[in-house]
Design a protein around this ligand. Structure first.
Ligand code: URA
Length: 222
């Protein structure tokens, strides 16, 4: 395997136990992040605390996702009259939540990007059929695809296929996720090698019901 990609705030996926693809990035396993994950994993945590705490993790994921977007040079003049050589984001973005649990991540995205366009990728009751409500100009945007739990990878793969059908370039898709299974990451990254996954944590695996373990149970129910 060639040298792992690193960013200023992300550790390479190899920090975690499982050997993971290069296009999977894991947030640094800081004490803060581990304490937040401990709260949302605890079966005794009440709904209000679960929502508040998962929103904090989602903000960390969104901020890291934004680090991967291209910037252009931008000079501004500060109130002291001096020029600051800064940067500005170059491309436009769109958040796409995989229904229903992905919708829970929209608030965290809006907290960081106030005017962000949000699309939906909805799983219908017919398996493998998705109904997409996406902005018309989505092909010209970077897409932050949102789903809190990456288990088998099935709905994520389907959602990415829908985005590609709508003209989005694979390298412009960033999949933001709270907890991933090693199986799900392998499957999605192998199928879409140019896409990037940014996850807060990689768990041990899946149980016989395809729940992530240790996981946090059903995200929507929590
Ligand atoms: N979706 C969830 O909400 N939890 C899991 O463990 C897997 C998929």
């Amino acid at each position: 395997m060639s040298s792992p990609k690193t960013t200023t705030t992300c550790l390479p996926a190899s920090t975690h136990k499982a050997e993971l693809p290069e296009n999977a990035l894991v947030l640094p396993p800081t004490r803060q992040l581990q304490s937040l994950l401990t709260i949302i994993r605890d079966e005794k945590t009440h709904r209000g605390d679960f929502v508040f705490t998962s929103d904090r993790i989602i903000r960390l994921l969104v901020e890291e996702g934004l680090n991967h977007l291209p910037v252009v040079d931008k000079k501004v003049t500060t109130p002291t009259g001096k020029v600051y050589d800064g940067v500005a984001f170059q491309g436009r973005i769109c958040g796409v939540s995989i229904m229903r649990a992905g919708e829970a991540m929209e608030a965290g995205l809006r907290d960081c990007c106030r005017s962000v366009r949000i699309g939906k990728d909805e799983e219908t009751y017919q398996p493998k059929l998705f109904y997409a409500k996406l902005p018309e100009d989505i092909a010209n945007r970077y897409v932050l695809l949102l789903d809190p739990m990456l288990a088998t990878g099935g709905s994520c793969i389907k959602a990415i296929e829908v985005l590609l059908e709508h003209g989005v370039e694979e390298e412009k898709i960033l999949f933001l996720n709270l907890i991933a299974s090693p199986e799900g990451i392998q499957k999605v990254c192998k199928r879409f090698p140019k896409l990037r996954i940014i996850t807060a944590w990689v768990d041990e695996g899946l149980d016989s019901n395809s729940y992530i373990v240790p996981g946090l149970g059903d995200f929507g129910d929590r």
